[in-house]
Design a protein. Structure first.
Length: 92
């Protein structure tokens, strides 16, 4: 987080110390709008989904599952409202 134009930093236009490091998203993974992270494996996702998420939303463990291929850019930029709405409708 320190690769700014030297004159911008020298003029104190940016407080470099307060800038967070970027969060790098994996190229592939399993995303759910309520999950705390993007999961690397189906085992890791299913463990969270069955033990944490399903009890909170009241979905039966034997309910059908749906997988959708998404664009990483929508998740990375938080332009995911249409995906979030679709998941919420599926889980109603």
């Amino acid at each position: 987080a320190g690769g700014y134009v030297p004159s911008v930093v020298a003029m104190n236009m940016i407080d470099v110390k307060s800038i967070m490091e970027p969060v790098v998203l994996p190229d592939m993974g399993i995303w759910h709008p309520c999950a705390p992270q993007i999961f690397d494996s189906t085992q890791e996702y299913n463990e969270w989904y069955e033990n944490v998420h399903l009890p909170l939303v009241g979905v039966a463990k034997d309910a059908p599952s749906v997988g959708v291929v998404l664009q990483k850019s929508h998740i990375a930029t938080k332009d995911d409202g249409h995906y979030v709405a679709m998941v919420q409708e599926f889980e109603r």
